[in-house]
Ligand binder design. Structure first.
Ligand code: PAF
Length: 280
């Protein structure tokens, strides 16, 4: 595995590979890798001649009260995991090489960024869209891989890639859970054993909702209240429980077609998100 830190060097190397007709698969990450990331990397490995993974904890997507400083950084372990997956390139830009002094440009995907996490994390998706655009520009991938745990993020990136003619295929792969059902996230590293148990209420409530919908319940208020009831005593704070149309992320009035139930809430000092995609 070749490790590259300079954006210019990666851009030149990828340009050469592209011109020789090599298919490039790209998995952007912020490190602290887990099975969710590995599922994306394995898919990229199976579909491309060259696999590039980036690790960059992007300051632009963290608000002033967010966990940028505390975000888990485990570079040695990550490198070993990536080498084992036979990743070809690891890109690790420094903050100053990616956002040098005088950096000014931001990308905003308007409507899709408004609701859900966008309401609670102002500027977050601007930071995500901007860094992913920069990563696409230096990596020049044919395909890029994202997890459905960050469902809103995946839609925003799809829209951006299409609006800005990146010519990259965005592949969105299923959310991965641990044995008990907890959605995998690098932030799970913050959770104590007891907090992990409390956090399970989220996936359990989504599972309940899925079953209730399968049995014929199409009532948004009743599904939302059912989820709220099981989360209230377990989470310190609930940011949102939303039932939205899967493509537009607009709240639905009744449960029909492809919808997403998305939840964000706090267990102790850790903010967790989870979702289920349902065709009703
Ligand atoms: O999902 C993430 O880990 C990040 O938001 C991403 C896409 C790597 C951009 O920093």
């Amino acid at each position: 595995m070749k490790i590259i830190q300079s954006p210019r060097e990666l851009q030149q190397e990828m340009g050469r590979l592209r011109s020789r007709g090599k298919g490039i698969g790209f998995v952007p990450t912020m490190g602290a890798l887990h099975e969710g990331h590995l599922s994306l990397i394995r898919k990229a490995r199976s579909e491309n001649r060259v696999v590039v993974v980036s690790i960059f904890v992007n300051p632009l997507q963290f608000g002033p009260k967010d966990d940028f400083k505390r975000y888990p950084r485990r570079i040695q372990k990550d490198r070993a995991m990536l080498a084992k997956e036979k990743v070809d390139y690891l890109f690790m830009p420094s903050r100053s090489s990616f956002y040098p002094e005088g950096y000014q440009t931001l990308i905003e995907v308007k409507d899709l960024s408004r609701g859900l996490c966008g309401k609670f994390r102002p500027g977050h998706f601007q930071g995500v869209a901007t860094v992913v655009a920069k990563l696409f520009n230096v990596t020049k991938p044919h395909r890029a891989y994202f997890g459905a745990k960050d469902y809103q993020q995946a839609l925003i990136i799809k829209q951006m890639a299409s609006d800005l003619n990146f010519g990259v295929e965005i592949r969105v792969l299923p959310l991965i859970r641990d044995k008990k059902g907890l959605a995998l996230s690098s932030r799970n590293a913050y959770l104590s054993f007891k907090e992990k148990e409390r956090a399970l209420a989220i996936s359990r409530s989504l599972n309940w909702a899925k079953k209730a919908i399968r049995k014929g319940n199409r009532n948004v208020v009743s599904i939302r209240n059912g989820i709220l009831k099981s989360l209230k005593s377990k989470l310190r704070k609930i940011d949102y429980i939303e039932i939205v149309e899967a493509k537009s992320l607009q709240p639905v009035k009744s449960i029909r077609g492809q919808i997403v139930i998305a939840v964000a809430g706090w267990v102790g000092e850790t903010r967790l998100i989870d979702n289920v995609i349902i065709r009703a």
